[in-house]
Design a binder for this molecule. Structure first.
Ligand SMILES: NC(=O)c1ccc[n+]([C@@H]2O[C@H](COP(=O)([O-])OP(=O)(O)OC[C@H]3O[C@@H](n4cnc5c(N)ncnc54)[C@H](OP(=O)(O)O)[C@@H]3O)[C@@H](O)[C@H]2O)c1
Length: 298
């Protein structure tokens, strides 16, 4: 299967935009050093992963200037600038990394504006394709609370031409609706995977609006998914557990876009091949049971 559209899960257009991407993309967070802080162990390897992703047809990369901080965007620039015309780079704002490596909110108008300029400078571009406003929320996920001030700042920066489109991350359904009263929202990026399915209702609601849902931690994040059911299904299909976890997401809803993260070329190739896995309704039912059974993510 050489057509990348078919190989990489088929095409999806962010609503109200000219951005059409393959459903399987790449998340760049794993390219920073340990704890998403400092430089990668092997910068040439990081550059190689990005170049292979693009050569394989990937045209959707997720990043943030607070990965490293600055370093992930600088590696993306080094590897890919001048960027292919069809590449959509999605970045996010809402946090900062002080020298001790902690994660602190950066949500004042001044911090959000500075964050846009950091992204522009480090990526080497004049306007950002899509910027997600990422709420800090709680340790468990998003927390209710108004995001009007922050979304209004981003809408102003869009008006000024520094941002093309706006998305949201780590948000509740009420926050999506609040933001949509201010500006068009072109994507939502929350924590979701085979074992962690708190957003099932939100995914379906966004699908009805044509808005993509982009799960972060699609493989379980820093502690990848482990489940005997997943391993058994993978064994029967001749695939790896991570490929089945990604294929399940592609089957879960047509508005799901994937941005699995990896610092390994072998894993990148494996993840990109997940679009070629077809899961029968019987297998899907089996996998659907994992969340109820409480799969481990460690
Ligand atoms: N909006 C947000 O708040 C937020 C939060 C977190 C992440 N993100 C974005 O979402 C993207 C995806 O999340 P993530 O990277 O944190 O987590 P993930 O994609 O769920 O999993 C990444 C982990 O899985 C491992 N892995 C990847 N492919 C594998 C494979 N085929 N077999 C075995 N292990 C594999 C990686 O290790 P190796 O490096 O060894 O492959 C890494 O430890 C990030 O890159 C980032 O762009 C957004």
């Amino acid at each position: 299967m050489s057509n990348p559209d078919a190989r990489l899960g088929g095409p999806f257009t962010f609503p109200g935009t000219s951005f059409t991407v393959h459903r399987i993309g790449y998340g760049a967070m794993q390219l920073a050093g340990p704890g998403v802080f400092g430089p990668p162990k092997d910068q040439d390897a990081a550059v190689g992963i990005l170049r292979e992703a693009i050569a394989s047809g990937v045209n959707h990369i997720d990043t943030s200037d607070y990965y490293g901080p600055h370093i992930t965007n600088q590696v993306i620039r080094k590897a890919l600038h001048p960027y292919p015309e069809n590449l959509v780079i999605v970045t996010k704002l809402g946090a900062r990394r002080p020298p001790d490596g902690s994660w602190l909110p950066a949500i004042s108008p001044g911090e959000l504006t500075a964050g846009v300029h950091d992204n522009l400078r480090n990526l080497g571009i004049d306007a950002l394709d899509i910027v997600n406003y990422r709420t800090m929320g709680s340790i468990h996920g998003p927390a209710e609370g108004s995001i009007t001030e922050q979304v209004t700042v981003l809408a102003d920066l869009k008006q000024k031409g520094l941002i093309r489109h706006i998305g949201l991350s780590n948000v509740t359904a009420a926050q999506v609706a609040e933001a949509q009263a201010i500006t068009d929202i072109v994507c939502v990026q929350n924590n979701y995977n085979l074992a962690f399915r708190g957003d099932d209702t939100l995914i379906d609601a966004l699908a009805r609006q044509g808005i993509p849902y982009v799960p972060f931690f699609p493989l379980g994040g820093f502690t990848p998914l482990q489940s005997s059911t997943l391993s058994s299904v993978a064994g029967r299909l001749g695939a790896t557990a991570m490929q089945v976890a990604l294929a399940w997401l592609l089957h879960r809803s047509p508005n799901i876009l994937l941005i699995p993260g990896t610092s390994s070329l072998t894993h990148l190739r494996e993840n990109l091949a997940s679009g070629q896995l077809t899961l029968s309704s019987q297998v899907l039912a089996e996998l659907d049971g994992i969340a109820g059974a409480g799969a481990a993510t460690h």
